[in-house]
Ligand binder design. Sequence first.
Ligand code: SF4
Ligand code: SF4
Length: 86
Amino acid sequence: MEHHDEDTHAKEEGGFLVFENGKITIRISETCCKSCGICIEFCPTKVLEPRDDGFPVVVAISKCNDCKLCELRCPDFAITVEKVAD
Ligand code: SF4
Ligand code: SF4
């Protein structure tokens, strides 16, 4: 996680890892995610990277364009992206 945006805030909330910067909120379910890496592969702007155990974490939230490809491609409905402000 070396390239963390300075404006990214990560927290744990009800079984989710939640990343937010006031514009975008990305939630990844610690129980549903199978660490398959599909979301990482499909993200066009490289917002996500695998942790040592393969679990996806947000490393560049400012690059997220709310395309929702990660959300749509996840086979386990484990990741959601929500635009909270422009
Ligand atoms: S919404 Fe799009 S840009 Fe944002 S993390 Fe998902 S795939 Fe990447
Ligand atoms: S696509 Fe879904 S299950 Fe696979 S690593 Fe991403 S969030 Fe986890």
